[in-house]
Ligand binder design. Structure first.
Ligand code: C2O
Ligand code: CU
Length: 677
């Protein structure tokens, strides 16, 4: 059950720490306690394109009357622009770091998104240095389908200074729209995102940040960046997507007229069914998607209240019901079914508490070189998240959403079935399960009280590939003589300018991908067209796993579309073998020095069945070799390096006694894949 007061006072140091923060900022606070509800609720600019530029920059943001507030912003506003994209569509977001150099490197995390590790905004790697930029790739895909529609948010995630950077303004909303979600919910002007965050201001309306490991609070609550705004509404339903973007403060939301709210979603998108609630608790990073019906309230003013605070932190914003409209929206009784993710095969327990004067997980401080769990790709795990101390924590796990198994031993309530940020009060425990899909590599999980995270309450897991299945085991063609092709570099070497910190580093790497029209011809039909093979077209791709997956192993997808013009009489004849020779060139990410490592040139025998579309005996069957070489490439890429795998000499056998006869005049194909540790 989620009704509880914040338990900060249970921890002896808390009051001192929080008062300490207030004391620094209190002198000017009285100067900016204007009357409430003076300014309309702003809505940040919305960006909908597939190629989005965010510039982290200082800006003077109008918040109170008088002097604007100097903040660190994305594109000059607080919150930053709202990114709004249809699910299933690729989106790239380029972050330019134009903040003063003293701010240091940044890292952009799309919170709630199913990103590859290199696009996830890691705290210590893939950073964006002052003056630098980095492009993050979001596929919009998850587990073989589209990502769930949801309101996510993006924010800075740099290790040790995330709390400061977010406090100074580096946060914005990211909405994924899914056409499979019910379309009758309030939309357009009636779909209103709201980010709530608290800040303190000096007498000149300025903010500053002093780290306190227990958490930093402000004495004003801002909704979409303004204190106590109002919103003109009609007497109809509205959808409010509410984010708690605060560093530590919890809010318990209720409406001043006592009317219930209909919760339709969490941070992980729509619930299976709507839930009626009198109040809604939001701890840091949690979102609630709610529908409020102002029908029958024309002429009234209703305040969105926070029951967990006093003073200017109680009345968050005001709704002024001042126009009449016919409402054609509705909230269907079923919204989005709970996904089935199978039964957990592994259980892990993580305890979030204080040890050695730090906020830690299982007694260990964050260490970027330590991996705390290695779930296997494609499997489901049960994680027990325990808070054995007295403070509140909110546990956020990156990469994939989690489903609640139990909270404090009780079955889940219908309002928190699938989420990715879990409020865990003192002495509480939640048990979740999640299925690791699509991406291998490292991700973090941490307390989303940002100061706890920066202190040390963060861990890492690494999704590892499943062991490769045993090879198919068909006989090696003894009498076949291989077609051997010499390496032809189909690519220019990587010439991206900003090599120190890397080009986007996602597929299609630096070189152009091999085109379907790149041609490999193997063998020539004899005079009667009966005695030879030809490989009609060849497509060869090197990908970093799914687009953007990091990779310390090469994952080369090789597709051969073979046309066989011989008159085969048995399907057994349609088996083949392929050998590829692969070179690994390793480049230092900072100096750009590169070398072909000794011992990395090797032959990789690969036996694959050749599948033919036509029936046995047909002439001109279309046969395809379609396989993945990933498990065959050895070694891992050291930290700070990246590797280019070049697929060179390829030998193709077929399983018939005749082999592949003629190599003359063959066009060779080659490709390279770029991988980043
Ligand atoms: Cu919202 Cu790891 O963060
Ligand atoms: Cu915490």
């Amino acid at each position: 059950m989620k009704v509880r007061a914040t338990s900060h006072c249970l921890f002896p140091g808390a009051i001192v720490a929080v008062l300490g923060a207030f004391a620094l900022l209190a002198p000017g606070a009285a100067a900016n306690h204007p009357a409430p509800f003076l300014q309309p609720l702003p809505s940040p600019a919305t960006l909908t394109g597939s190629d989005i530029a965010l510039t982290a920059q200082e800006a003077d943001v109008p918040i109170f009357a008088g002097t604007p507030t100097r903040m660190w912003t994305y594109n000059g506003t607080f919150p930053g622009p709202t990114i709004r994209r249809p699910t299933g569509k690729h989106t790239q977001v380029t972050l330019n770091n134009s903040l003063p150099a003293a701010v240091g490197s940044l890292s952009l995390h799309n919170h709630g998104n199913h990103s590859s590790p290199e696009s996830d905004g890691q705290p210590t790697t893939f950073l964006v240095p002052p003056g630098g930029s980095r492009t993050y790739h979001y596929t919009g895909l998850e587990g073989g389908g589209n990502e769930r529609g949801a309101m996510q948010w993006y924010h800075d995630h740099r290790d040790g200074v995330t709390a400061r950077n977010v406090w100074m303004g580096l946060a914005g909303l990211y909405i994924i729209d899914d056409p499979d979600d019910p379309q009758t919910l309030p939309s357009g002007q009636q779909d209103v995102p709201m980010a709530i965050s608290d800040r303190s201001f000096d007498s000149n309306n300025q903010i500053s940040y002093t780290f306190q490991s227990n958490g930093v609070t402000g004495d004003h609550a801002l909704v979409n960046g303004l204190p106590q705004p109002y919103l003109d509404v009609a007497d109809r339903r509205y959808r409010f997507r509410v984010l708690n973007a605060s560093n530590i403060r919890n809010y318990e939301l209720e409406l001043s007229n006592g009317q219930p709210m209909t919760q339709i979603g969490t941070e992980s998108g729509l619930l299976p069914a709507p839930v009626t609630k009198q109040s809604i608790l939001l701890s840091p990073a949690e979102r609630a998607d709610i529908v409020v019906d102002f029908n029958g309230l024309l002429g009234q003013q209703i305040v969105l209240r926070n029951t967990l605070a006093n003073g200017a932190l109680v009345e968050l914003m005001q709704f002024r019901v001042n126009s009449h409209e016919i409402d054609t929206s509705s909230v269907p009784a079923t919204l989005r079914p709970q996904e089935s993710i199978g039964s957990p095969v592994v259980t892990r327990t993580f305890d979030f508490s204080r040890n050695g004067g730090q906020w830690r997980i299982n007694g260990l401080p964050f260490d970027p070189n330590r991996v705390d769990a290695q779930p296997v790709l494609g499997t489901t795990e049960r994680w027990i998240l325990r808070n054995s101390g007295g403070w509140d924590h909110t546990v956020h796990i990156h990469d994939v959403d989690q489903q609640l198994i139990s909270r404090n031993g009780q079955p889940p309530t219908p309002d928190e079935l699938t989420k990715e940020s879990w409020y865990i009060g003192g002495g509480q425990e939640v048990e979740v399960k999640m299925k690791f899909t699509d991406h291998t590599g490292r991700y973090v999980f941490h307390c989303h009280v940002l100061e706890h995270e920066d202190d040390a309450m963060m861990g890492q897991f690494e999704v590892v590939p499943a062991a490769s299945p045993p090879a198919a085991g068909f006989p090696r063609p003894k009498s076949a003589s291989p077609v051997t092709t010499a390496l032809v570099p189909a690519y220019q070497p990587c010439t991206a300018s900003n090599r120190e910190h890397g080009p986007p580093l996602a597929f299609p790497s630096c070189g152009p991908p091999v085109q379907a029209s790149d041609h490999l011809t193997v063998g020539t039909p004899d005079a009667n067209g009966q005695a030879a093979n030809s490989v009609g077209s060849t497509a060869l791709r090197a990908v970093t796993g799914d687009p953007g997956t990091p990779a310390d192993e090469a994952d080369v997808k090789l597709t051969l579309n073979m046309t066989d013009v011989r008159d085969k009489t048995s399907l057994a004849d349609y088996t083949g073998e392929l050998q590829a020779q692969i070179t690994r060139r390793v480049t230092d990410r900072y100096s750009g020095d590169s070398q072909t490592e000794p011992g990395t040139v090797a032959d990789f025998p690969l036996e694959v069945p050749v599948q033919c579309a036509a029936t046995a005996g047909a002439v001109g069957a279309n046969c395809t070799v379609n396989t993945t070489l990933d498990a065959l490439l050895p070694g891992s890429v050291p930290e700070g390096k990246r590797a280019i795998w070049e697929l060179g000499r390829v030998q193709v056998y077929d399983g018939g006694a005749d082999g592949i006869a003629d190599t003359a005049g063959n066009t060779l194909f080659a490709t390279q894949g770029l991988f980043v540790p």
